[in-house]
Structures are given as structure tokens and as C-alpha cells.
Design a protein around this ligand. Structure first.
Ligand SMILES: O=P(O)(O)OC[C@H]1O[C@H](O[C@H]2O[C@H](CO)[C@@H](O)[C@H](O)[C@H]2O)[C@H](O)[C@@H](O)[C@@H]1O
Length: 364
């Protein structure tokens, strides 16, 4: 097997649009693979599955009163302990994680917001620290590394500023290889894949319409992510959430080829193509020369619902390590957890150190 990547054609179904209106508005929770022994997680999510869309907006708010009440009652502690048994810390189980990589090439996939940078009120100010940047740079020296983000690719590059990485922006719908070339691959230059390019004019239109229609709702912020649009409600008063959701839904009625999902206090408007972060992960593995290979270990770290598509791909392939970044129990297909970006950085640095030492170790 070669690690010298050759850009491969996308999987056949990549650009196939699903029938208009086939995706319900506010599909919450999003469809996911049932993870084994998920009784605790099912319990955690039962409320979300049964609730309406405003309830699902509340559920994405960490300060929601119900969470505080549950914590006060100690219920949260028990739930967290049970959840940690199923999703142990990737730091405390570091040896187990790297043992899985024996004889395999590790490929690292990193979400941006909430994974490399802390969540902040202003999406334009979600900077990553210089120490995190140094950690990611070190990782990329040792392993092929990709950023997989809901943001538009240019914007996430402006934050990360590392030319040696792969970038998959717009939830994986805009993939580009390292600008400079990489020691891990020759598939280095130019845009590799944009499966939703025909949606660009529609996204422009819906962006304009959402900006116009939501401007009377204080705190609402609409972000153009090139192949998708984010409508943020983090700074919107809870009393206006219902009005905001109604507004977004009514705009989307005019666009049956777009679907609406929900992230961390944000609505995500995306084309209804069969493409997501999981497909992007598979595409990147193929591009790097690891299609249908047993000797690769993808490590995917992310915090958001959209990252679940990638975790599910890893579960389906029976290959790789999915790590959810979360302080709280959440329904997830990831195997391990880390609490916050600071722990992500610690994990990345340990990975680099482990690789450095294992190269230095005599092979006998
Ligand atoms: O896939 P990601 O890299 O995690 O991107 C998902 C969305 O992240 C950003 O929004 C989130 O982070 C903001 C800054 O911390 C926060 O204010 C917001 O509430 C979060 O939802 C980004 O602004 C979106 O465009 C991305 O889709």
C-alpha cells in the first residue's frame, strides 16, 4: 500500500441529491447508528427524541435550567459516571488507543469549533491558541492530518493557519489538500472535491433571505459557510427562540432541496445531498491511498452532532478511534471522550510524543 495519495474520483453516490422534501425540518435527534449497550445514552436522549424543536434548541443550551436542576439532584453525576464507563477518557485509556494502531498508519481528523477552539459567543472570535496550533502542527509532522469543519474552508483556514493540513469545510462539502505539499501524500494541490457546487447560487439566495428575515430578532446571526448556512441563536433571548425557528422554517419552505439540522445553539442549513463529515472522512482516506485498507487507523475528534456521521463511519468500518469532546453525557457513536479543547491538546501532544519514542525505540 502506498501512502502517496492519488486523488481518486468520489464515491458514486457523492453528488446524488435526495428527493426534495425527503428530510424533515428539525430532524432531532439526527439519525444515528445504535451503539452497543446504549441504555444510558438512550435514556439521556429520550427527552430529545420526543420533544419539539424549541425543546431541542433548549437541549443544546448548556445553561438550561433543567440541567442545573438535575445536577443539583445529583442525577447528573450518576449519569456521567455511567456514561464514562461506555466512553472512557482517551487520555486515561491512551495506551489502549495507541495499541490499536500497531502496524497501522494513524490518520488524524479534527473538528474545529469546540474541539480545537473553545466555544464562544461570537463565531468570528473563535480563535485557537498558539499552543494548540503548535500541537496540531506537530501532529501533522507525524501523521496525515485533516480539519473537518462546518465552517467555510477559507474561514477555518484563517483560524488554523497551517498550510500542511487537509481541510474539509462546509461539513465536508469543500475538500482541499495541503497547499504546499505534504510528506505524507502527493495528492497535494488544488481543490480535491466540492460535491455541492451546483448549490452555490441557492445557498447565496437563502443566506440573503435568512439575513433579511432574521434581522428583527436581536442576537440572531447568520453565517455564510459557502455550501451551507448557519443561523446562530446563542445570543438570542430564549423568549425569541420560537420566533427564530418559525422564521427559519418559513424561509426553508421555499427551498425544498435544502435541509435543516441543529448543532450547538445553531441551525445548520445544508443541501440535501448524501454527503456529510463521514463521507468526507472516507473520501480523504481514499485520497491518501487507504481505501479498503486494514493497515490504517483513523482517529477522529469532534464535539458536534455533525461529527456523529464520522463516528458512525468508523463504527461501520470497524476501524479507527472516534473521540467525542464533551463534558456532559451525550448520545454518541464515539468510543472515547475528552472533556474540552485543553484535553484535546494534551491528547495530541501525547500522540506526538508516543510516535517520536516509538520511532526511536530499537525494533527487535
Ligand atoms: O464543525 P465545526 O468546526 O464544529 O463547526 C460547527 C459550527 O461551529 C461554529 O459555531 C459554533 O461555535 C461558535 C464559536 O464558538 C459558537 O458561537 C456557536 O454557538 C457554535 O454553534 C460556526 O460558527 C458554525 O458556522 C459551524 O457550522
Amino acid at each position: 500500500m502506498t501512502k502517496q495519495g492519488v486523488v481518486v474520483p468520489p464515491p458514486a453516490e457523492a453528488a446524488v441529491a435526495v428527493p426534495p422534501n425527503s428530510a424533515p425540518l428539525f430532524p432531532y435527534p439526527p439519525p444515528r447508528a445504535a451503539a452497543p449497550g446504549a441504555a444510558v445514552r438512550k435514556k439521556c436522549l429520550r427527552m430529545g427524541a420526543a420533544a419539539g424543536w424549541v425543546e431541542s434548541m433548549r437541549a443544546s443550551s448548556p445553561t438550561h435550567a433543567r440541567a442545573a436542576a438535575a445536577l443539583a439532584a445529583g442525577a447528573d453525576e450518576d449519569r456521567r459516571a455511567a456514561w464514562m464507563v461506555e466512553h472512557p477518557s482517551a487520555l486515561s485509556k491512551f495506551d489502549q488507543v495507541v495499541a490499536a494502531s500497531k502496524g497501522k498508519q494513524i490518520v488524524v481528523f479534527l473538528d474545529y469549533d469546540g474541539t480545537l477552539s473553545p466555544i464562544v459567543d461570537d463565531p468570528d472570535a473563535a480563535y485557537m491558541s498558539d499552543t494548540m496550533r503548535r500541537a496540531v502542527r506537530s501532529v501533522a509532522k507525524h501523521f496525515p492530518t485533516a480539519i473537518v469543519s462546518g465552517r467555510c474552508r477559507d474561514k477555518v483556514f484563517e483560524f488554523v493557519k497551517l498550510a500542511e493540513l487537509y481541510y474539509a469545510g462546509s461539513h465536508g462539502m469543500d475538500i482541499k489538500g495541503p497547499a504546499k505539499g505534504s510528506r505524507h501524500t502527493r495528492a497535494a494541490k488544488g481543490v480535491l472535491f466540492q460535491p455541492a457546487s451546483q448549490f452555490l447560487p441557492m445557498i447565496e439566495q437563502v443566506h440573503e433571505s435568512l439575513v433579511e428575515k432574521t434581522k428583527s430578532i436581536p442576537g440572531a446571526k447568520v453565517e455564510n459557510n459557502k455550501f451551507c448556512v448557519s443561523v446562530h441563536f446563542r445570543c438570542v433571548d430564549e423568549k425569541s427562540w420560537s420566533a427564530l425557528a418559525d422564521t427559519v422554517k418559513s424561509v426553508l419552505k421555499e427551498y425544498p432541496k435544502l435541509k435543516l439540522t441543529q448543532g450547538r445553539m445553531v441551525f445548520e442549513v445544508q443541501p440535501t445531498i448524501k454527503w456529510d463529515k463521514g463521507k468526507a472522512l472516507e473520501f480523504l482516506l481514499e485520497s491518501l491511498g487507504f481505501a479498503d485498507c486494514a493497515d490504517v487507523l483513523p482517529v477522529y475528534i469532534g464535539d458536534d452532532r455533525t461529527d456523529e456521521d464520522a463516528f458512525q463511519v468508523l463504527r461501520r468500518r470497524g476501524q479507527g478511534v472516534g473521540i467525542l469532546v464533551s463534558k456532559h453525557p451525550k448520545e454518541t457513536s464515539a468510543s472515547y471522550s475528552l472533556q474540552e479543547p485543553a484535553e484535546v491538546m494534551e491528547f495530541l501532544l501525547r500522540l506526538v510524543e508516543w510516535e517520536r519514542l516509538s520511532k526511536a525505540r530499537p525494533k527487535w
